[in-house]
Design a protein. Structure first.
Length: 254
């Protein structure tokens, strides 16, 4: 049976002003000048990123997968580079109580990985929870990206989970970390946000600079969803979970 997000009727909302196609295109062209400058600056930052030094990962670093504890280098799956998302976990919580922010990122990186593999990159998720407790969550959501537990791993290097890190291995299987980012840096995975940012109403989150009256997401208690996590939940569940269950939060259904 098809599953659908719980919805409410769309409320009336202001709309952009109307212009002729010629006027509209002229406004787009002015914006394009800034967009192109932004793209060139992004390219320049990426060039600096490629020139960063790297730092060694402890040679005895391990992670836990379906076969138990293994050397971290095995997560590369034979490739030279590894991009890893380090996923928060709330021990003992039901599926609907798991981190909505990490869930939205992990759910976005389940697309076919051939273009990464073509360039010698493996993408994997490293969870804060134990493998025994967290791997069923990945199975519940139908994830295809490799899932590991990094709960006790030295790869974490004292950081709080909720970040991307990037690694390179040499011909002797020595592993180095080349870059990492957290906070809004993790938006690099959110292709849906890139599309939303180009729609008339954007992300519909309260922090945005939008014209007066532009719609924002409401949450169940009547407040406005901001950047505290509620923007990634619907009726008590991380939004993507509604694709795999009709069970309301707090029920015995997952």
């Amino acid at each position: 049976m098809p599953r659908h997000l719980p919805t409410t009727p769309l409320a009336p909302a202001p709309q952009p002003s109307v212009a002729s196609r010629t006027e509209w295109q002229a406004e787009l062209d002015r914006l394009l000048t800034r967009e192109k400058a932004h793209t060139r600056e992004s390219d320049a930052i990426a060039a600096l990123r490629r020139r960063l030094p790297m730092t060694p990962v402890a040679p005895d670093a391990t992670v836990v997968g379906a076969a138990g504890e293994v050397p971290f280098v095995e997560a590369f799956d034979g490739r030279r580079m590894l991009a890893g998302y380090f996923h928060m976990w709330h021990d003992g919580k039901a599926w609907e109580g798991q981190c909505e922010g990490c869930t939205v990122i992990a759910s976005h990186i389940q697309t076919p990985l051939a273009y990464l593999h073509q360039r010698d990159v493996t993408l994997a998720i490293f969870c804060e929870g134990t493998y025994a407790e967290s791997a069923p969550y990945a199975e519940f959501l139908g994830y295809r990206t490799p899932w590991w537990s990094a709960r006790e791993s030295s790869v974490v290097a004292g950081r709080g989970f909720g970040f991307f890190a990037f690694f390179l291995r040499d011909d002797d299987d020595n592993v180095f970390e080349t870059y990492w980012t957290t906070g809004r840096g993790t938006e690099l995975a959110l292709w849906s946000y890139a599309l939303l940012d180009r729609t008339a109403y954007g992300r519909q989150e309260a922090w945005q600079d939008s014209p007066p009256g532009w719609p924002t997401l409401d949450v169940s208690d009547g407040s406005i969803a901001d950047v505290g996590g509620q923007q990634w939940r619907v009726d008590g569940r991380p939004t993507v979970q509604w694709q795999v269950t009709d069970a309301p939060a707090g029920s015995d259904g997952r």
